[in-house]
Design a binder for this molecule. Structure first.
Ligand code: THU
Length: 141
């Protein structure tokens, strides 16, 4: 019988993936590397880093990269999220990324934000994006 190992979130396999991919971030403009990782229902972990651009708005966030990797693998549900950056306090996903996560995650999905020195903050997708716009708002009565 297998036993599930419990980790503090800063040491979990999901956070390990976020920490590892963060090293790959392309950040010549902000010098602020972010790593994100998503666990899908299959158990697979998809990761992404921020990729900036000289035309600044064209840069993409770490969370967007992780979502793109998940979709490229043919998965479209998020069970858990980890985000890590070298920051004084855990860095929350930007507004756009909250909406992107909500597209694939139920409201109770946990998003753990971590600093590289081990501080963590865990919030749900619904807490991060209260009153979110969803497909149900486009249904006509
Ligand atoms: N960034 C992310 O990748 N994810 C977040 O959750 C917050 C911000 C990136 C975007 C940009 O490359 C850099 O951090 C500074 O804003």
């Amino acid at each position: 019988m297998s036993k599930k190992t419990e980790h503090p979130m800063s040491e979990s396999p999901l956070m390990d993936a976020a920490r590892a991919v963060r090293e790959k971030a392309y950040v010549p403009y902000s010098d602020f590397k972010v790593g994100a990782a998503i666990r899908a229902p299959s158990g697979a972990i998809y990761s992404g880093c921020n990729v900036e651009n000289v035309a600044y708005p064209e840069g993409t966030c770490a969370e967007a990269g992780a979502i793109a990797a998940m979709a490229a693998a043919g998965e479209y549900r998020i069970e858990e999220v980890a985000v890590i950056a070298d920051s004084p306090a855990p860095v929350p996903p930007c507004g756009g990324c909250r909406q992107k996560l909500k597209e694939f995650a139920a409201g109770d999905v946990k998003v753990t934000m971590a600093t590289t020195d081990g501080k963590t903050l865990t919030m749900t997708v619904a807490e991060l994006l209260p009153g979110a716009f969803g497909a149900e708002h486009m249904e006509r009565g």
